[in-house]
Design a protein around this ligand. Structure first.
Ligand SMILES: [Zn+2]
Length: 524
């Protein structure tokens, strides 16, 4: 006891000194839970946050709460606190606590000596965006980055969220683990990164649950018109199986597909996706349906490529400011390349359709002047400027990694096959990045590590010089605006590109070697 008392005094002195020196607050480890009620008339989420110290009877200092200003995958400063109103704080005995704002997304509450803190605020929800919240008479889409706050420095802490639903609402869907009653749903997340990566849809949407290869799936469909007659569920299963075969591992227990009504955009999450759709499963024609499948596949493949196979800057996240990485052309561009690959491997599209999808990327890249002014690497860094760039000259001076990225995906795949005599492909690079950095080391990779891994895959036996030269050239194509010798690269795979229409097609006559490589690209 004496030892503890002395240590306590020393520790208190240390804290006092540390506070004077750093002018920051002690961060008592705190339990965190939220209760959210839905106001369908005013379009608000009414949020109550409960916070209590875990290792002491009372808080030793102020509590600093932060709300994110952006959502991973949506590379734009949204400034979520702009939707917040009526912030207040009180102690366990209901007495109001003083608070002040430290900056646009941080609140400091006078909690010293208090056993617990309750914080209340309202979030206005009237945005049709996958990163922002929407409340309507029969549905609420909860984009968590704009709703929940964490104690500064404690993003790793577990958290519980209870959603109280309006009368008559039946369903509450999310990738998070859930316990439900008739009027509420409680979710548990192991940390705030998981909570922020788990959107929630509440209301009377259609819920379709099924199991596939030992994993549970939930479709939450806000606009299910024509769903029963649609092949979507069976096609989604084929797509998942093809992806599992490609990656060799499934990193989740359950997956939740949240498809919202008519609107723009989709966002990937760790074990879910949230997408606005055409608002119906009755598509005008098969091409429209394939576009929809491609979209769902893109967001699904992201759970590997960006959530697990990720640049080191992309997680754990700094939610207070932009996170810059030079590698989004891998995260987004290769995902565009692979969504068509996966649909082809799953037998859902023809080789011609696959090449047609790639042709769009060539056309978009080459038909605007921007590719002479911005490198692929630069487009990744500058996404925070260009995510919703509406400047008149944007096509003259910028490029999109959604277009040139998949072109490089195809070039990577061809080149890795070519230098290894078809022993290796882009698949091997993706698996190496997944297994080494995510599964074994539990982290993302640096830019140098990415290129080192590329060289490692390209090098087989005695081809080290050719492999080094190929990888050096690939890096030049990514880092500069140099013209790409498409004809030379595509020829190795028995493919040709019309430089007027930018249509990609099979060559009529091929050598055995060209046919062998083309088979690895279009699976005929
Ligand atoms: Zn994407």
């Amino acid at each position: 006891m004496l030892f503890q008392a002395i240590m306590k005094r020393i520790f208190s002195t240390f804290i006092a000194v540390a506070m004077v020196v750093s002018l920051c607050f002690a961060t008592d480890k705190a339990s965190m839970s939220f209760i959210v009620s839905i106001d369908t008339i005013g379009k608000y989420l009414n949020v109550e946050l409960y916070c209590a110290p875990e290792e002491t009877a009372a808080f030793t200092d102020a509590v600093e709460l932060h709300m994110p200003v952006w959502a991973p995958g949506y590379y734009l400063i949204v400034d979520f606190p702009k939707y917040l109103a009526d912030f207040s704080a009180s102690s366990e005995d209901g007495v109001a606590l003083g608070w002040t704002k430290k900056n646009k997304n941080a609140w400091i509450i006078d909690a010293a000596g208090k056993q617990s803190v309750k914080v209340s605020y309202r979030i206005y929800c009237n945005a049709r965006s996958v990163a922002e919240c929407r409340v309507e008479s029969n549905a609420a889409f909860i984009a968590p980055n704009g709703v929940f706050m964490y104690v500064e420095g404690q993003q790793n802490h577990p958290v519980d969220v209870t959603i109280n639903m309006p009368d008559g609402w039946k369903n509450c869907s999310s990738g998070m683990k859930k316990t439900s009653s008739t009027s509420s749903a409680t979710f548990h997340a192991d940390n705030f990164d998981t909570l922020f990566d788990s959107p929630i849809l509440c209301g009377n949407h259609l819920v379709d649950r099924f199991e596939l290869e030992g994993h549970e799936y939930e479709f939450a469909l806000e606009s299910p018109i024509g769903y029963e007659q649609s092949p979507f569920r069976e096609d989604f299963k084929k797509m998942v199986s093809a992806t599992t075969k490609l990656m060799g591992h499934v990193p989740y227990d359950n997956y939740c597909l949240i498809h919202l009504g008519k609107g723009p955009g989709g966002l990937e999450h760790l074990n879910s996706q949230a997408c606005y759709t055409e608002g119906t499963f009755m598509f005008e024609n098969n091409d429209e349906y394939i576009n929809y499948l491609d979209f769902a596949t893109h967001e699904y493949f992201h759970l590997y490529n960006v959530k697990h196979i990720r640049p080191i800057e992309l997680g754990p996240f700094d939610y207070d400011r932009e996170v810059f990485t030079p590698l989004l052309w891998v995260s987004e561009g290769f995902t565009c390349y692979y969504s068509a690959q996966i649909l082809r491997r799953a037998g859902l599209i023809s080789a011609e359709k696959q090449l047609g999808m790639y042709s769009e990327y060539f056309l978009n890249t080459e038909s605007s002047e921007g590719h002479n002014h911005m490198s692929l690497r630069q487009s990744s860094y500058d996404i925070w400027l260009n995510f919703f760039n509406k400047n008149d000259n944007r096509h003259d001076v910028t490029i999109s990694y959604y277009d040139k990225g998949p072109v490089l995906g195809l070039i990577f795949d061809i080149e890795l096959n070519r230098v290894s005599n078809c022993a290796r492909s882009l698949d091997d690079l993706m698996r190496l990045l997944y297994n080494r950095y995510d599964q074994q080391l539990g982290r993302g990779f640096t830019e140098d590590e990415f290129w080192q891994a590329t060289l490692e895959i390209a090098t087989t036996g005695d081809n080290s010089q050719e492999a080094a030269s190929a990888v050096k050239n690939l890096r030049r194509l990514v880092d500069t605006t140099d013209a790409i010798d498409y004809d030379k690269i595509l020829n190795a795979a028995g493919l040709q590109l019309d430089h007027t229409t930018w249509q990609l097609a099979k060559k009529d006559k091929c050598t055995k070697q060209q046919s062998k490589l083309r088979e690895k690209i279009i699976w005929e």
